[in-house]
Design a protein around this ligand. Structure first.
Ligand SMILES: Cc1cc2nc3c(=O)[nH]c(=O)nc-3n(C[C@H](O)[C@H](O)[C@H](O)COP(=O)(O)OP(=O)(O)OC[C@H]3O[C@@H](n4cnc5c(N)ncnc54)[C@H](O)[C@@H]3O)c2cc1C
Length: 621
């Protein structure tokens, strides 16, 4: 088998070191160039599966060091795509160049890449390359086995995994939970130092200024700002006569223990069902692609619909929910009603047996066909493992840009070189390992597309009486070539998104500390979450992680126990209404975010907090 591995050289952002200069450009000076960590797992997968491995990178001449590192661990061939025409390429343009390079290499059975890059964190290039090559894809895989002419891929999804059978050739992105990278040997290093790296330019690949580079890129970065880190003027327990009992009184006064208001259930009238009827005018301009969990609409979809109701009037049009399903497994009426309760003016319904289980290719085909026919201005997806797998494929089919994992959306005008673009969707997303907030735009291409982090927008009732409009489903055998062999999930016990109270533990907890975190959660009636430090220490599971690569939560009360407050953790919890931090380091960054602080050992502070809760809030339990 012949495999190509896509390797990106990125600044090492794992310990910070990247900031924004006064002119809004990125200052990478302090960050060393490294091979993107997830790509190393992809390289290891290639070395284990293939007889011949070609390392492929796109970048400046310095990216040769990444390719030499790949040769040192066993890759047989290395190709660098290097051309000034490529500068400023977004993911769409990068995918054009890389797909052309894979064709140029020729006779490839498998392309592997990391699930996402440390700097951009979009995860879009892999699926976009797959679409350009018209190959099947599997993203975020942790194990792969070759089975005759196909590949069995185990793909990580929320709360579990799915197993897919993909015919080769195929593209697979690999996460950081499988294929532990190997180290180079001394002979390997010597061989790599002497090896010839093949350099190819845009002309060799048959791509030009219409395909690659800044001008060809549909997305533009309007501005970069340092991630805001609010300093909330933390009030410390045991200082200035403020004790544990005062803390409990303050928490009660701030409503930290109140129940969340229920979302109104009533719909204004029943939906107007036009199933089977011809399509009428009055299409929605902003679409939310619905995601299903256990046959009902996922909460992240409803959050997006809630937000869409405030955006759509500014864009001049209504909100559409796009529901893809098979009749057998889904209560279609319940899904329509749920969409209607949260603001859908139109529910676009695609029903076919082939849509029973999510697969990127048929879903992308149906959504893209509908978008071509009905021309929505904006299409949004929740940035779940499904949304991040699907949206790049749809964007590639439509030839438009996509902003990944956004944390805010707003509508505004934008002027550039004397041209003013009105009513543009501004898509705000963390970049550079969360150190920077980038505002992305898609000024010319349509639809404007984004994936949005679950949990960043509030769930609100906005009852509508929607029209239900059927969508055509025309699929070819090529759209159905991936087979879902198995899907296993158990998300319920660690779903943090609708928790009113979250008690989170970090690397500052040992096992005894972790038991205290759990005891505090059961005393208050909260759910237990974790920092990545705690997950890496084996105290918690991945689904409990809060932060940039975990869940985003906005509970009424968040208690951070032994958590330092790294930026990547903060982005997942800083919107919590009340934050208490327990950390023995008085200078810990978490105290800048916290409303209340307890400078103490977790093992001392948590029992005192539980006791104070018992006194001040006797009904807790
Ligand atoms: C691309 C990228 C994505 C990331 N995504 C995430 C993410 O989604 N979520 C996330 O959390 N991190 C993420 N990280 C990692 C993040 O940068 C931090 O490394 C991580 O949050 C640290 O976890 P921590 O605060 O538990 O551990 P540490 O930073 O080690 O902090 C432990 C804290 O506990 C305190 N402490 C120690 N012992 C005690 C004690 N007995 N009592 C009280 N306090 C004590 C210490 O003073 C210290 O402040 C990401 C990093 C990168 C590069």
């Amino acid at each position: 088998m012949r495999a190509v591995v896509l390797l990106k050289q990125v600044p090492d952002l794992r310990l910070g070191g990247v900031g924004v200069r006064a002119d809004g450009t990125i200052d990478r000076a302090a960050a060393q160039p490294i091979t993107n960590p997830a790509d190393l797992h992809a390289l290891e997968a290639a070395l284990q599966l293939a007889d011949e491995v070609c390392a492929l990178s796109m970048g400046p001449p310095q990216a040769e060091t990444t390719l030499r590192d790949a040769l040192a661990v066993g890759a047989q061939r290395a190709v660098l795509v290097c051309d000034h025409l490529l500068a400023g390429s977004d993911t769409w343009a990068t995918a054009n160049a890389l797909a052309a390079a894979v064709r140029w290499i020729g006779d490839v059975d498998l392309v592997l890449c990391g699930i996402s890059a440390l700097d951009g964190e979009t995860g879009q290039v892999g699926p976009s390359v797959a679409q350009r090559l018209d190959w099947p894809q599997a993203t975020g895989c942790e194990s792969l086995t070759v089975d005759g002419p196909s590949l069995i891929a185990r793909r990580v999804v929320e709360g579990g995994y799915e197993r897919l059978r993909l015919p080769l050739p195929a593209l697979v992105s690999v996460g950081e939970t499988g294929f532990e990278p190997r180290y180079p040997t001394l002979p390997g290093r010597r061989r790599a130092a002497a090896a010839v790296i093949e350099r190819v330019g845009a002309a060799d690949l048959g791509v030009g200024a219409a395909d690659v580079g800044l001008a060809a890129s549909p997305t533009k970065v309007a501005k970069m700002t340092p991630s805001p880190f609010p300093d909330r003027g933390c009030r410390f327990v045991d200082r200035d006569g403020f004790g544990f009992d005062d803390l409990i009184r303050e928490l009660i006064a701030r409503g930290a223990f109140d129940q969340r208001e229920a979302v109104a259930e009533d719909v204004v009238g029943a939906p107007v069902t036009t199933i089977g009827a011809p399509v009428h005018d009055g299409d929605a301009s902003l679409w939310v692609v619905a995601q299903m969990v256990d046959g009902t609409l996922d909460r992240a979809t409803l959050e997006l619909l809630s937000k869409a109701t405030t955006l759509a009037p500014q864009l001049g049009g209504g909100v559409g929910a796009v529901v893809l399903c098979a009749d057998a497994d889904v209560d279609v009426d319940a899904s329509v009603m749920a969409a209607a309760r949260h603001g859908a003016d139109v529910v676009y319904l695609a029903r076919a047996p082939a849509l029973a289980t999510y697969r990127a290719e048929p879903f992308a085909r149906v959504i893209a066909d509908a978008a071509v026919a009905r021309r929505p201005n904006v299409v949004l997806f929740a940035a779940t493992t499904t949304g991040r797998d699907l949206a790049p494929r749809v964007a590639s089919l439509l030839g438009t840009g996509l902003a990944a994992d956004c944390t805010d959306l707003y509508v505004d005008s934008w002027s550039r070189m004397g041209v003013t673009y009105e009513q543009l969707l501004h898509m705000v997303r963390p970049a550079m390992a969360g150190g920077v907030l980038a505002t992305c735009l898609c000024p010319r291409a349509r639809p404007q597309m984004a994936t949005v982090r679950p949990g960043v927008f509030e769930l609100r009732a906005a009852p509508r009486r929607p029209r239900v409009v059927p969508l055509d489903v025309t699929l070819s055998p090529a759209d159905l070539r991936v087979e879902v062999l198995e899907r296993r999930t158990s998300p319920a016990d660690v779903d943090l998104r609708d928790a009113d109270v979250v008690i989170a533990g970090g690397a500052g907890c040992d096992e005894a500390g972790w038991h205290l975190v759990e005891a505090l959660a059961s005393a208050i009636g909260g759910r237990v979450a974790a920092s990545r430090g705690a997950v890496e220490a084996g105290l918690a599971v991945r689904a409990q992680q809060v932060g940039q690569t975990g869940a985003t939560v906005r509970p009424r009360l968040y208690v951070a126990c032994g958590i330092s407050g790294a930026l990547q953790h903060a982005v997942g919890m800083q919107e919590s209404a009340t934050i208490i931090a327990i950390n023995r380091d008085p200078n810990a960054a978490i105290y800048r975010l916290a409303h209340f602080g307890i400078v103490a050992d977790v093992r001392e502070a948590v029992p005192e907090l539980v006791a104070a809760l018992g006194r001040g809030r006797p009904h807790a339990g």
